[in-house]
Design a protein around this ligand. Structure first.
Ligand code: MG
Length: 134
């Protein structure tokens, strides 16, 4: 895909950035944080768009921060947006990345390739002893 302008991209947490282990925090999905960092480096705005709230939301935000991702906004369209029951809760985003997509989540390598037009260089896992016989 070719983008002439920066996109606002809403990204789900459980089952998307990390494996779904709600209310715990699952292991990061393969290549998730690498892709998110690359998208931010390209100037795209990332919004965390999750069902989480309260302490569980804080845990997710802090987890991502520890992995180097600070979101433009969290569960809202703009950082300064305030709760308003007269406004739709749906956020304003150009793209949504979510494991509940129709057809399922294609994986971060696919997201990376689609949005950067580059083939991701995913480090291969080290083979264990049994891997020598495959
Ligand atoms: Mg999810």
């Amino acid at each position: 895909m070719n983008f002439k302008h920066a996109l606002t991209i809403a990204v789900d947490f459980d089952g998307t950035i990390v494996e779904d282990a709600y209310p715990e925090i699952g292991k990061p999905q393969v290549f998730a944080f690498e892709t998110l960092k690359r998208l931010q480096d390209q100037g795209h705005r990332l919004i965390l768009w999750t069902y989480r709230c309260g302490d569980r939301l804080d845990e997710a935000v802090n987890f991502c921060k520890e992995k180097g991702i600070v979101f433009y906004a969290v569960n809202k369209s703009f950082p300064e947006e305030e709760d308003d029951t007269n406004r739709s809760p749906k956020i304003l985003a150009d793209l949504f990345i979510d494991d509940r997509n129709l057809g399922g989540f294609p994986g971060w390598a696919h997201v990376y390739q689609t949005l950067t037009n580059e083939t991701p260089q995913i480090p291969k896992k080290k083979k264990g002893f049994l891997g020598l016989f495959k």
